[in-house]
Design a protein. Structure first.
Ligand code: NAP
Ligand code: ZN
Length: 355
């Protein structure tokens, strides 16, 4: 009986070659430790990071791989020592499932920078030596500290992407003071980008979308942006010279960084969250010429993730999702790679194993 309880259906990328099609599988989840929470997953978002890893674009990965670090579901069981979550709670899990809890970064609530290395939700190895498997699955067991509350008022489907896309954009927008009087450009209107627009608008900033084309202009404006420009049009870069206090780059491929830095005002900052496999380059003069900042940002810690979920609930922000069944996941991967996502795919995990 115990074995049955811990068995769950999932979708995995089979062992090499990388980039193989995803297919259904069965997975064992561990029995609960005192500080564990078992979650019945309802929806799992498809982040471009899943694709980077499934295709080994960031280096060698662990296969079979069950991707998924945008997890939303309902608590089905809690360990004996868990006080923060109860059976029936609506909860979410993002990119991490463990960290040392003791180093300066963990103590500061920035577990993503744990000195022992945070344990990734999938394509990682836990401190127990076991491989981790992510959210494209019907069930997951996660240490309580890494489980967030999803406030009432946000549907689980539109909340799931907030666990990565939401926190990855909220954190730098917050840190670099997106707000009233600030002009913010969001580069790339995909999963991260469209959530970034909504969050930056809710923070009070004046938002411009910089997309490859004007195809999604209507959507960008509906999401709250005031302006929308195509980066395929060279005149965009001259029109917008010295315009922005903050540029948030969410693009999954390399972009010409110098051209973007030229659109910053003096003292402005460009934050890179996009994670292409090839290096980005820039000229030192692009920064020197205006005391500009070029920086990066990695997801966000657990306290800030909860803060982001509460902020999104308060402002009625969810992701705009296309809900798919498990057998559509390979097509969804293709579409994400072709910038044909409107604007996040979420897998209805109830459909796993039905095809
Ligand atoms: P996504 O949904 O595919 O969106 C990326 C967008 O970038 C596309 O929709 C497209 O927007 C634009 N784009 C794609 N290829 C481009 C190209 N060659 N030139 C210019 N623009 C291009 O991906 P995502 O899930 O939002 O993730 C975006 C990136 O962030 C990925 O690299 C992912 O790994 C990374 N990421 C980083 C963190 C972190 O902690 N830093 C966390 C999560 C994800 P337009 O069609 O509007 O141009
Ligand atoms: Zn992600």
């Amino acid at each position: 009986m115990e074995d049955l309880i811990s068995q769950t259906l999932a979708i995995h990328v089979p062992p090499p070659p990388p980039g193989a099609a995803l297919e259904p599988t069965t997975l064992e989840r561990r029995e609960l430790r005192p500080d564990d929470v078992r979650i019945d997953i309802a929806y799992a978002g498809i982040c471009h990071s899943d694709i980077h890893q499934a295709k080994e674009e960031w280096g060698s990965a662990i296969f079979p791989m069950v991707p998924g670090h945008e997890i939303a579901g309902v608590v089905s069981e809690v360990g004996s020592g868990v006080t923060t979550h109860e059976v029936g709670d609506r909860v979410g899990v993002g990119c991490m499932v463990d960290s040392c809890g003791e180093c300066e970064y963990c103590r500061a609530g920035t577990e993503q920078f744990c000195l022992r290395g945070n344990v990734q939700t999938y394509n990682g190895v836990g401190f127990d030596g076991e491989n981790t498997y992510g959210g494209y699955s019907q069930q997951v067991v996660v240490k309580d500290h890494f489980v967030c509350r999803i406030p009432e008022g946000i549907g689980l489907d539109v909340a799931a992407p907030l666990l990565c896309a939401g926190i990855t954009t909220y954190s730098p927008l917050n840190r670099w003071n997106a707000g009233p009087g600030k002009k913010v450009a969001v580069v790339g209107l995909g999963g991260l980008g469209h959530v970034a627009v909504r969050i930056a608008v809710a923070m009070g900033a004046e938002v411009t979308v910089l997309s490859q084309s004007l195809k999604k202009q209507e959507d960008g404006l509906r999401l709250g942006a005031e302006d929308y420009y195509a980066t395929s049009d060279e005149s965009t870069f001259t029109t917008l010279r010295s315009s922005f206090d903050l540029i948030l780059n969410t693009v999954s491929s390399e972009i010409p960084v110098d051209s973007y830095l030229a659109m910053l005002r003096v003292g402005g900052a460009m934050v890179n969250v996009g994670a292409p496999s090839a290096p980005l380059s820039y000229s030192a003069f692009s920064l020197i010429g205006g005391n500009k900042v070029l920086t990066g940002s990695m997801i966000g810690g657990l306290p800030e993730t909860q803060e982001m979920l509460d902020f999104c609930a308060e402002h009625g922000i969810g992701a705009e999702v296309e809900t798919i069944s498990a057998d559509q996941v390979n097509t969804a991967y293709e579409r994400v790679q072709n910038s044909d996502v409107r604007y996040r795919f979420v897998i209805d995990t109830a459909t796993i194993g039905q095809q």
